[in-house]
Design a protein around this ligand. Sequence first.
Ligand code: ZN
Ligand code: ZN
Ligand code: ZN
Length: 316
Amino acid sequence: MRKFIVFICAAAIVIILFNMFYECNHEWEEATCQVPKTCSKCGATEGDVIDHHWENTDCGSPSPCSMCGTLEGIELTHHWQPDGSKLCKVCGLDERPMDVRFVESLGKALDARWKIMGDEVWYGISERSTWEKIVEAEREILGKYANSHFDDPELGEAAADYIASIDEVETALEGFGTEEWESDYYDSIRHKENVALYTVSTKFDIPVAEENREKLSELTESGLTIVAVNKLIENLRIHDLGGSGNVHNYDVIMENNTEKDFARFMYLVEFYDRNEKVILTRKFTVYNWNPGEKLTRQISINGGYAGMKVISVEWE
Ligand SMILES: [Zn+2]
Ligand SMILES: [Zn+2]
Ligand SMILES: [Zn+2]
């Protein structure tokens, strides 16, 4: 037994000494993209793996790495537009700024809407399913921009408003066919949509199909008017003329601070007290109202006036 152990130890020492003094006459195999330069005899390596080798990097027909067969990590060569914008003519890769892409998609969404509507005007659509198709088509094209970052923050806001209005239409459709649906869409959602379109149109040309250009300008013009009307509403003023006790007379001051001539403009205004209780509701109508024209109407309020709120407007 002891002899055997001595033999084992001797063998181990021989192996250790052999490894210490043996020098492999390496036979190197060239490095590839997978393994570094390697000795085929002892397995020693030197250096690092090399880059993949791609012969053809054209995005239309790229060739895989001739060593490992991968396309992963390849830097493709694209065919950008003649004006240099980064939309590839061959593979469709779109690396243009978000703002540009959104505006183009907005044009497509509008074209999709009008294709579904045909020659019908919005209030002539008799089927709820038609509206649902419009919602679906616009969402499919624009939904992806919901949380996008835009270079132009005002455009970003308009984009967010327009996209939000798609959801609002969907919600309002639950009451389709009722007056509530009409007033939701007519007085609120449509305003928001058209103001958004107007805002976008002041910055970019919204690319819709030729036959839809007139429809688009009707919407942006309506948006412009709504922006103007909002300015009018904000500009409504009241001036206390004094009085006795709780009864005071006031001048309600209206000024057409827009560029627009209104054949008729109507405000419906609520006046409320400190507890936000409505103490008077009045309708003011102005005819042939020219830009810059200032008018006052006298009212008298019984109760402690604290503020007023325009609850609806109508104009022609
Ligand atoms: Zn070797
Ligand atoms: Zn490779
Ligand atoms: Zn390409």
